[in-house]
Design a protein around this ligand. Structure first.
Ligand code: SF4
Length: 244
């Protein structure tokens, strides 16, 4: 999470996104179900970022993948959507390669706390030839990672121990994307779903080992028997739809 003290909050924009996207997500969770609501959330998220006033300052482009060696947090609903996509779209050989890499990575991350995970470079199993193999269903945390200077991302890659390196984020893009994710997460949480954050590889490996995780999630139970999630901290809590 970026320290909001580093930039001026656009309170009007954040309030507007929190309120509109929360109402939309809450309605879609009720009427369309959790996976359709997530699919729509991805589209809304893309639009929020495209509309941000500083979107043209981003250095992110196809083939730039320094950040795909950094730790990725996911919510359970994203894990199941990613696995559906892989099962439907990947050839058998590629699927085997990805799942083997998921298992190898999850062993690396075993018993590491969030800070230790953050100071390790581990190649994402979906990164292939410098491109994301699950781009259309990539998690919110990947969608929210942007930089205006790729040199900062490269530096973070080269010095993974140094968590103080600043990859120069675009404040407008960051706030728009983060507000959308917070709105969607709040709606999910209030609908009773687990919205804890899990490390990507470990959550994928846990689901592959125990497919009933999906059913448990849909029953609004904690999905993963072997994993402890981290509660998500609401960044814009005092500006949200229920703020006084
Ligand atoms: S899911 Fe895609 S965008 Fe995210 S880290 Fe992996 S390869 Fe990169």
């Amino acid at each position: 999470m970026i320290d909001p003290m580093e930039f001026t909050l656009d309170v009007r924009l954040i309030r507007d996104i929190l309120s509109r996207d929360y109402a939309r997500a809450a309605n879609e969770l009720r009427t369309l179900g959790v996976f359709a609501a997530l699919a729509n959330s991805r589209q809304v998220h893309e639009q929020r970022i495209a509309d941000a006033p500083d979107v043209s300052s981003l250095a992110c482009k196809s083939g730039c993948a320094w950040c795909c060696y950094f730790t990725v947090d996911v919510r359970p609903v994203e894990v199941f959507a990613i696995l559906d996509f892989v099962e439907q779209s990947f050839a058998t050989e590629e699927k085997s390669r990805v799942y083997a890499q998921v298992h190898a990575n999850s062993v690396v991350f075993e018993n590491l706390g969030a800070d230790e995970r953050g100071s390790r470079n581990v190649k994402c199993p979906f990164l292939s030839d410098g491109r994301c193999g699950i781009y259309v269903v990539r998690p919110h945390s990947c969608r929210n990672y942007h930089a205006t200077n790729a040199a900062g991302c490269q530096q973070s890659y080269e010095q993974p121990d140094d968590l103080e390196i600043d990859p120069e984020f675009a404040p407008g893009v960051y706030q728009a994307g983060a507000a959308h994710v917070e709105a969607f997460t709040t709606a999910m949480q209030e609908a009773g779903y687990d919205v804890d954050a899990y490390e990507l590889n470990q959550a994928l490996a846990a689901t592959l080992a125990q497919p009933s995780a999906r059913e448990r999630f849909q029953l609004k139970l904690k999905p993963f028997a072997v994993l402890e999630g981290e509660p998500v901290i609401a960044e814009f809590d005092d500006l949200g739809p229920h703020a006084k």
